[in-house]
Design a protein around this ligand. Structure first.
Ligand SMILES: NC(=O)c1ccc[n+]([C@@H]2O[C@H](COP(=O)([O-])OP(=O)(O)OC[C@H]3O[C@@H](n4cnc5c(N)ncnc54)[C@H](O)[C@@H]3O)[C@@H](O)[C@H]2O)c1
Length: 401
């Protein structure tokens, strides 16, 4: 079986690496640089070893391409392209549309099309299927299914094999073929009654996280006002063996999922006349955390940050990955610069960002820890400035949330 995976980023390349063991994989990506790198056996994604890629390339089971004609004779197409927010913070399906165009224009025989990109309920039925049909020269009857991706890049304990996978086809045959495809490399498949249920479940999973993170971020502000430790209080609450799940505070949420997916859910809810006030408020609380952190730092430093050198430690959105999409560090830096601080950042995993390079972990007036990678020495952070504010709860003996 030959499989085309559209998009070779965090999701697409991870799937390619697993699928390479069982299928011939064509990794289609419109970024020529990524394609060149992948074909020379170099992975750009944490959790996908270059050695695995090289093994599949050598065995003739993996090839990256930016040419649509290379996917003409595949049996299965998996869509794994970005679904970000537009400037107006609305769902942006332009990448999905471009992927549908590639499929519609190049695939000449009926195939199974599976969407793994996260989007709102109805995307497969009302958007992807009609778009592919629109771009096809003749009416080819493809099978369509959804299987939302749950990969957590950088995570060691859960992967494509042992993470249960939701799926649903638009038809019974599409569901059967989807099960057949994933059962080769995934241990547990969970069929739901419609693509809309699978799409909504994915959004709800990440909305659940966003709301709980917002709650704990608000709670951190309450405990600070009360003069008690948020971490000690959370640990105390967490001794209850049922009905409680511990989340920890932070400078905000980042990445391609938690800050984005709830807004997809809110947008579709409002379009259908249902309220999404709770989801919208949670998003705002998380976005406002960066200001709260900078307010605290300013108050501790004589009420002004004008001219002070501030080092932001860790700009990736979470530990041990180089991903800076929607990172809370961006807003923290923005607030600091607006208040006249001279800001640099240190992140040896990210290395370069917005045309700036990672600065040494030393010599600042103030250091704010936004993300703590395992490889960054705690003592080095403590020695980097006379005043440290830690938003991660990982650095002992310094100020923090
Ligand atoms: N990253 C995660 O942890 C994660 C987890 C679960 C679900 N998702 C979802 O999976 C989808 C993909 O996310 P990602 O993190 O892999 O994104 P990514 O940015 O890492 O990768 C997307 C890739 O698609 C390529 N691309 C963009 N438009 C294309 C097109 N028209 N044709 C071919 N290639 C194209 C880009 O060059 C890029 O390499 C999103 O919907 C996201 O919400 C991501």
């Amino acid at each position: 079986m030959k499989v085309a995976i559209i998009g070779q980023g965090y999701v697409g390349l991870t799937i390619s690496a697993f699928a390479g063991e069982f299928f011939e994989v064509i990794g289609f990506d419109n970024n020529q640089k990524i394609v060149g790198q992948l074909n020379s056996g170099i992975s750009h994604i944490e959790g996908v070893e270059s050695s695995v890629l090289q093994k599949w390339i050598k065995a003739g089971r993996y090839k990256a391409t930016a040419s649509g004609s290379d996917i003409a004779d595949v049996d299965v197409v998996v869509i794994a392209v970005p679904t970000p927010l537009s400037k107006e913070r609305q769902p942006d399906l332009t990448y999905i549309d471009a992927a549908c165009k590639t499929i519609g224009e190049n695939i000449k025989n009926p195939v199974l099309v599976i969407n793994e990109s996260t989007s709102f309920p109805g995307t497969l039925r009302n958007y992807i299927k009609p778009a592919i049909e629109k771009y096809s020269a003749s009416l080819i009857v493809h099978l369509y299914a959804i299987s939302p991706e749950r990969v957590d890049p950088g995570r060691g304990d859960y992967n494509q094999k042992n993470t249960p996978r939701l799926y649903a086809g638009l038809t019974t045959k599409a569901s059967e073929k989807t099960r057949e495809f994933y059962s080769r490399f995934c241990d547990q498949l969970v069929e739901v009654s419609s693509p809309e249920v699978a799409e909504a479940a994915k959004l709800f999973e990440n909305t659940f996280r966003q709301v709980n993170i917002a709650l704990v971020n608000e709670f951190a502000q309450i405990t600070n006002a009360l003069g008690i430790s948020v971490y000690e209080t959370l640990d105390a609450a967490n001794t209850k063996p049922y009905g409680f799940m511990k989340f920890t505070p932070s400078a905000g949420v980042g990445g391609h999922c938690i800050p984005v997916d709830p807004t997809y859910l809110a947008a579709v809810a409002e379009e259908h006349g249902a309220p999404a006030t709770f989801i919208r408020r949670a998003n705002d609380v998380n976005l406002e955390m960066s200001k709260y952190v900078v307010d605290r730092v300013q108050a501790d430093n004589g009420g002004s940050l004008q001219g002070k050198s501030v080092l932001v430690v860790g700009v990736a959105y979470k530990p041990n990955v180089a991903d800076v999409r929607e990172t809370a560090a961006e807003l923290v830096i923005e607030h600091l610069r607006k208040r006249g601080a001279v800001v640099s950042w240190h992140d040896e995993v990210v290395d370069t960002w917005h045309g700036e390079s990672s600065a040494p972990l030393s010599g600042a007036d103030i250091a704010i820890v936004v993300t703590k990678h395992d490889s960054v020495d705690e003592n080095g952070i403590v020695a980097s400035a006379p005043y440290i504010f830690d938003t991660t709860g990982k650095i002992k003996g310094v100020k923090g949330l």
